[in-house]
Design a protein around this ligand. Structure first.
Ligand code: SAH
Ligand code: SF4
Ligand code: F3S
Length: 475
């Protein structure tokens, strides 16, 4: 760091970071941006004014990976224009899972790229940039033994506050499960847990900067800390931090939903009643071919146990349609499982063969039109469940964490415990408050609290003195 640019004397260079893929990439982008801030870079939302562009990439499906190369085509034009205008050179870096999977191939295929850094070595980014300044093209896709998070500079209060009252915190990375469709074990490496002390320190810093809700992240977050008492014990420690009112965790694997974690859903009021627990398929034959190592009945039994301790829990899941060998009957089993569970939300994907995964070379690839038809049917069913879930709130009271001002005057936007955005009247409270409101209607992807509807009458008409309060501040 000592030989870095001096932010006091140089005009700030600007960095544009574009994030693809999962929330772990979102968190990584934040940490990289914060680290570059310490090196004198300023974040920009406008790629045209950037001195450095980072694409934090995702390799999970073919489309996700291919997007990067079309984006690089646009960046190449920008770079040429900028250099022709004498504005200096534009540095281009690829980070994330495509970087890990393709490494030096990226530089060969896209000469515009100066730098390729895998997800395990972001703490070496400032150094790599200095090498690029010296004329090198850098590829660093090692699996570093030491955690990048412990070597990245800590985010400042101002950086944390700029992101609002809800924050991500990565506690676990990598995957040992090797589902036969999935690239993650190859791009993110083996399961590694961050140390409890480092997590609690970061969570305290978040809370002190005004964060009210923390979502713990991991490719297999519920595999956290096998030697440290498991995720349940970490959640209990986090719940004791003053100011942290809400905890969530994602993404979980059914095999790691242990008894203590299930019980925690009934024990901690800070743990929100919403669980993302992917199952992928409802057919045991396909689950076996996917190497998920559980049956549909095992999955349903886990949900029963969670519902026994937390009856109002809302569930979401991930589904893949058209895995090799999936018959109409297998697909019907998925629909049956979805009907049985009744999801608040779910993510659905067409199977995308990924190079290097066992699924890619299996027999029985499903034609594209069949995948499309199955996806449409599954999405229609899930949409129905989602609408029913949202409508079940109308006329009920609901706790909302206020996150930001709304699009219309007089409105604020918050989130229910079940992750649904809720539009509340500005009079309900300030950003960071948790208030109880009454839900009056649903919108396509949000709920509307009484008093937040755009005024139908002149705004000066006052509420009748006997009206019940529209919102009650509770934390
Ligand atoms: N670790 C998480 C999810 C990782 S990826 C878990 O185990 O559930 C997020 C989702 O992408 C997966 O749950 C799966 O539904 C989907 N996915 C992964 N690989 C895919 C592929 N090759 N084709 C289609 N969808 C895929
Ligand atoms: Fe991929 Fe399976 Fe690991 Fe999830 S558990 S990241 S789907 S290999
Ligand atoms: Fe994509 Fe990597 Fe996340 S492949 S889903 S960005 S772990």
């Amino acid at each position: 760091m000592s030989q870095g640019s001096d932010p006091q004397t140089r005009p700030a260079r600007k960095v544009f970071i574009k994030t693809y893929g999962c929330q772990m990439n979102v968190y990584d982008s934040q940490r990289m941006g914060d680290a570059l801030g310490a090196e004198g870079y300023e974040a920009t939302e406008r790629v045209e004014e950037a001195d450095l562009v980072l694409l934090n990439t995702c390799h999970i499906r073919e489309k996700a990976a291919e997007k990067i190369y079309s984006e690089l085509g646009r960046i190449r034009v920008l770079k040429t224009e900028r250099e022709a205008a004498g504005l200096g050179s534009l540095r281009v870096g690829i980070t994330g899972c495509v970087a890990q999977a393709e490494g030096a191939e990226i530089i060969a295929r896209a000469p515009v790229v100066d730098l390729v850094i895998g997800p395990q070595t972001y703490h070496r980014l400032p150094d790599a940039l200095r090498r690029v300044d010296g004329g090198e093209r850098v590829v660093d896709t090692d699996y570093a033994v030491d955690s990048k998070f412990d070597h990245l500079p800590k985010s400042t209060d101002r950086q944390i506050r700029s992101r609002g009252v809800s924050a991500f915190l990565t506690v676990q990375e990598g995957c040992d499960k090797f589902c036969t469709f999935c690239v993650v074990p190859y791009t993110r490496g083996a399961e590694v847990s961050r140390a409890r002390a480092a997590i609690l320190k970061e969570a305290r810093e978040l809370a002190e900067a005004g964060v009210r809700e923390v979502t713990l992240l991991g490719q297999n977050v519920n595999a956290w800390g096998p030697d440290e008492g498991g995720l349940a014990s970490l959640l209990h420690d986090l719940a004791a931090i003053p100011g942290l009112a809400r905890l969530r965790y994602t993404t979980s694997h059914p095999l790691d939903m242990d008894e203590a974690l299930i019980r925690t859903h009934g024990e901690l009021r800070q743990l929100m009643p919403y669980l993302h627990l992917p199952v992928q398929s409802g057919s045991d034959r396909i689950l076996k071919a996917m190497n998920r190592r559980h049956t549909a009945a095992d999955y349903l039994a886990i949900l029963d146990r969670i519902r026994a301790v937390r009856p109002d829990i809302a569930l979401s899941g991930d589904f893949i349609v058209g895995f090799p060998g999936e018959s109409d009957e297998d697909f019907e089993a998925t629909l049956r499982l979805v009907r049985e569970v009744s999801y608040a939300a779910a993510y659905t994907f067409k199977y995308s063969p990924r190079p290097g995964t066992p699924g890619a070379t299996m027999d029985g690839h499903v034609p594209e039109d069949v995948k499309t038809e199955r996806l449409d049917r599954l999405q229609a069913l899930i949409r129905e469940q989602q609408v029913a879930f949202q409508e079940s709130f109308v006329g009920r009271r609901c706790e909302v964490l206020i996150e930001k001002v709304g699009r219309h005057p007089g409105q604020m936007i918050g989130r229910s415990p079940f992750l649904l955005p809720v539009v509340v009247p500005a009079s309900a409270g300030a950003v960071g408050d948790i208030v109880e409101v009454s839900i009056s209607e649903t919108r396509p992807n949000s709920l509307m609290a009484a008093g937040a509807e755009p005024p139908a009458m002149p705004a000066t008409v006052s509420m009748a003195a006997s009206s019940p309060p529209l919102a009650r501040k509770i934390a």
